[in-house]
Design a protein around this ligand. Sequence first.
Ligand SMILES: Nc1ncnc2c1ncn2[C@@H]1O[C@H](COP(=O)(O)OP(=O)(O)OP(=O)(O)O)[C@@H](O)[C@H]1O
Length: 238
Amino acid sequence: MTASTFAIEGVGMTRRFGGFAALDGVSLAVPHGEIRGLIGPNGAGKSTLMDVLSGRAQNWSGKVAMDGRDISGLGAVERRRAGLARSFQRTNIFPDLTIDEQVRLAAATAEQDNSDEVMAELGLTELAHRRAADVSYGDQRRLDLALALVGRPRVLLLDEPAAGLSMQESMVLAGILRDLAGRWGVTVLLVEHDMEVIFSICSRVTVLHLGKILADGTPDEIRRIPEVITAYLGSSVE
Ligand SMILES: Nc1ncnc2c1ncn2[C@@H]1O[C@H](COP(=O)(O)OP(=O)(O)OP(=O)(O)O)[C@@H](O)[C@H]1O
């Protein structure tokens, strides 16, 4: 056990492109075991924030800590070894490799190889020997999630895992994620445009707008904020 209550914490995170601040002094702390939603309109800075937390960003300032340990100086691979995994907005798979090959490849960068367990949890065992290009889009999204989950990371950063899925497929994926995160004790930061997914599995939601935090609260609090209603929920709250 550590003294810190926060599995992942970013303090004063700033990233500029020229004179433009894509991320402008953002601080965010996610307690152990929480599934935190991160929402905001296109260009709000969500992917930039994920880049800074995961170690992919160059030229940023501020601090990132896991369990209270400053990991700001670590690169993406070192952070992954430290238990911080990330999935990407666009599918990150190699079309010509089999599902089994890709999961094992991802496991090579993690501390423990639990490929079989992850494939079973995500319903990929039956498809393990098929090429990624030959399975359905929904299966590919579950493979993306498997690649992030292999090695049982302590913290998982997910960038739109439900993108392109039907409502039903999205809710199934959300259920798998909630169940696994709960059983494995994974802390999750989830960027997702699908509000049904966000509101169904997140205990708190942070709203990012123009590189700053606009609001932070429970799903019930967030769904009453006028900017959120306008951007995501149409004119009615109910
Ligand atoms: N490499 C880059 N060079 C210049 N500007 C960039 C770069 N990457 C991001 N930006 C700008 O930074 C801002 C934040 O982008 P970011 O991708 O983080 O937003 P986002 O909230 O993830 O958006 P989306 O929901 O569309 O993915 C945008 O205005 C974007 O144009």
